[in-house]
Design a binder for this molecule. Structure first.
Ligand code: G3H
Ligand code: 13P
Ligand code: ZN
Length: 316
């Protein structure tokens, strides 16, 4: 069942965070749905601009609709990840998305407000929620690369002003994470002090944590043992998901970790079976491994086991 992110956030706020996982193809969708059903967790499917272009945006919609039929017990929202204004309008018009993210965080504050407000007004007319971003994460997202030195944490006072002026429904905050596999040099650290201040100014308002992959060391080690050359990677400590959820982080974005699972499975498979060229055996292994990974993250997010209680609130 496709629901709105607002319905998911209402149930989760202050108690647990909903995992928001990116998909690009059928294998990721199968692993994601299975992992969420196995762990009885609601979830958010994220579609990036790159994912919409990878095969065709209609292909992803068809995959998601089919997955919803194959897994009728699933409760999830469909979300545009890191949208620009034009892509947001396209998703709003399509009628398929529960929510869109307008990411004008690279623009100056006033311009970010102006763009976000325009998108929010258009989305709300169709009952669609809007996630906006304030502050700047390091790393690469879509086609924009932010050098570490230019990343900046969200200012809690600006966050309140921004939400009041734009009417957005959730806010992606820069609280120490970055996109990709190289998040920290040295110590892992989320800025709980900043989260606390934002929560104090925006009580009850859903916050979003991008760049939340944990980049498991054992996963990277296996990739490198099978021929990879991923050096100096480091992710978020996944034991910090729940403490962040208690401070209002209601959506936690995880994409890189799924790519690592894919890379590990395929590198090991073709290393061990160099004569093989059927892609379905490793595809099957990936779907199983991804389902296990998703279930493990949902446990850490606290969303595991919430499905039946949530169902009562969305079906009455
Ligand atoms: O934040 C970006 C997400 O990981 C999506 O990545 O734009 O390469 O699909 P992508
Ligand atoms: P990761 O690169 O940490 O998986 O972050 C994904 C993300 O924020 C998608 O919007
Ligand atoms: Zn992101």
């Amino acid at each position: 069942m496709i629901v709105t992110t607002a319905q998911l956030f209402k149930h989760a706020y202050g108690k647990y965070a909903v995992g928001a996982y990116n998909i690009n193809n059928a294998e990721q969708a199968m692993g994601l749905f299975r992992g969420c059903i196995d762990s009885k967790a609601p979830f958010i499917i994220q579609i990036s601009k790159g994912a919409r272009k990878y095969t065709d945006k209609r292909m992803l919609e068809a995959i998601i609709r089919s997955a919803a039929e194959i897994f009728p017990d699933a409760i999830f929202a469909v979300h545009l990840d890191h949208g620009d204004e034009e892509t947001c309008y396209d998703c709003i018009k399509s009628g398929f998305y529960s929510s869109v993210m307008i990411d004008a965080s690279h623009d100056p504050f006033e311009k970010n407000v102006e763009i976000t407000k325009r998108v929010t007004d258009a989305a709300h007319q169709k009952g669609i929620s809007v996630e906006a971003e304030l502050g700047m994460l390091g790393g690469v997202e879509e086609d924009i690369k932010v050098e570490e030195g230019h990343a900046c944490l969200t200012d809690p006072d600006e966050a309140k002003d921004f939400v009041t002026k734009t009417g957005c429904d959730s806010l992606a905050c820069a609280i120490g994470t970055s996109h990709g596999a190289f998040k920290f040099k040295g110590r892992q650290s989320l800025h709980f002090d900043v989260m606390e201040k934002i929560k104090a100014r925006l009580p009850g308002f859903p916050l979003v944590m991008h760049g939340s992959s944990s980049v498991p060391k054992e996963e990277v080690d296996r990739i490198n043992k099978a021929g990879g050359t991923i050096k100096d990677s480091m992710g978020v400590d996944p034991n910090e998901y729940l403490p962040a959820a208690k401070l209002g982080v209601t959506k936690v974005n995880i994409d890189t970790d799924g790519r690592l699972v894919w890379t590990r499975v395929h590198r090991e498979f073709f290393r061990d079976k160099p004569g093989e060229f059927d892609f379905r055996p490793p595809g099957k292994i990936f779907m199983d491994e991804y389902a296990k990974f998703i279930a493990s993250r949902n446990k850490l997010l606290g969303s595991a086991g919430q499905l039946d209680d949530l169902r009562k609130t969305v079906t009455k």
